[in-house]
Ligand binder design. Sequence first.
Ligand SMILES: Cc1cc2nc3c(=O)[nH]c(=O)nc-3n(C[C@H](O)[C@H](O)[C@H](O)COP(=O)(O)O)c2cc1C
Length: 412
Amino acid sequence: MSIQDTAERPGFRFSLYAPGTAGAADVEAQADRPLLFTPFRLRGVTFPNRVVIAPMQMYVAGPDGLATDWHLQHLGKYAVGGAGTVMTEALIVDPRGRNTYGDLGIWSDDHVAPLARIAGFIAAQGAVPAAQLHHAGPKSSRQRPWEGLGPLGAAEAAKGEPPWQPVSVSEQSSVAGWHRPHCLTSEEIAGIVAAYGQGARRAAEAGFRVLDIHAAHGYLIHSFLSPISNDRTDRYGGSLENRMRLAVEIARSVRGHWPDDRPLFFRLSCVDRMEGGWQIEDSVVLARALRAEGVDLIDCSSGGIRAENSGMDFVRKRQPLRRGHQVPYADQIRREAEMPTMAVGVILDGPQAEAILQAGKADLIAIGRAALFDPHWAVHAAHQLRADPKWQMWPPSYGWWLELRERTGVED
Ligand SMILES: Cc1cc2nc3c(=O)[nH]c(=O)nc-3n(C[C@H](O)[C@H](O)[C@H](O)COP(=O)(O)O)c2cc1C
């Protein structure tokens, strides 16, 4: 397969493999590789392969949301494990938007130095350091998952973690029994939009090369998008255009503080999976509006606007999640909004990921829990797909020995 074949393959017109662009030489040398291990370029960033470690909150931040050695080893090991891009967990842009006291922050300049250490380590392994910006909105002020995920109360207050009032699109709680949120005024909304811009500035200063805005799973931005939760009558409620306003304003604010040569991703719950909720057609309209604001890729998730349609609820009810269940959203947005997408959700192995890319359904593949289970997911997938016969994707301190072991053979 030549570079030109790759560029012209139906559905791959966004893979900017035109000869002469940076990264083209890599592609030429690797033309027979599986797509999963073929570079991808957006703006000034060449992703060495299509594997992205999905954002995953650990809920173990140090005081005031500071990153610690835990986060360095947690994220660092995925870069050592061959992922092309390693994304941080959701970084909180405003302390009232924390899910829990364990969330990592980016609401102050003090957060930059420990995050820069992590971004630097990831980049030094040859991977692209990425960060996610977040405000939990109605889902703020709650217990860590393993503590029950309920609202903070007297027991947590006694341990030094008192509850606070969440802010949201309205006064509706997203889950019965959770704290009643404060309904944001337009002036307060403007403050949050500005906080996202400052978060982007700090992420750039910390050395991240990609930014993802978390607008999924029932959190603040999603609560404005969905007709299930948005009952406002001002310019942020009612029509689709009004419900999209906060998302568009945040994208504009972030783009204004995020360097032009660095890609901007946007994570959507592409559907609410509820009668009368946000639909895939709405996601296509929003994706086009975001593209006009300088968003480069839609990161395609789903659900979460109410407890009964969230991933956690599937887990609680032991309802199995289908392999690749969100891939059709990445496919439709890619075709209809004509922009790159990232597929995520129960993508378990190299052949499955490769089939999604070969079918032109997404440009990048995000791996979450499969990477918790196997931090070397990417190099193992490369092995499965025979993309790394000489063990060169491994750090030489490992790869040299493993290649030698393979050549020598092992007897029972
Ligand atoms: C421990 C954990 C923490 C998560 N935290 C985040 C997060 O910070 N931001 C986000 O957008 N999604 C978060 N998610 C969702 C994942 O990014 C991903 O979309 C989801 O796990 C589905 O992918 P998987 O089947 O590969 O795990 C989290 C998931 C897990 C398992």
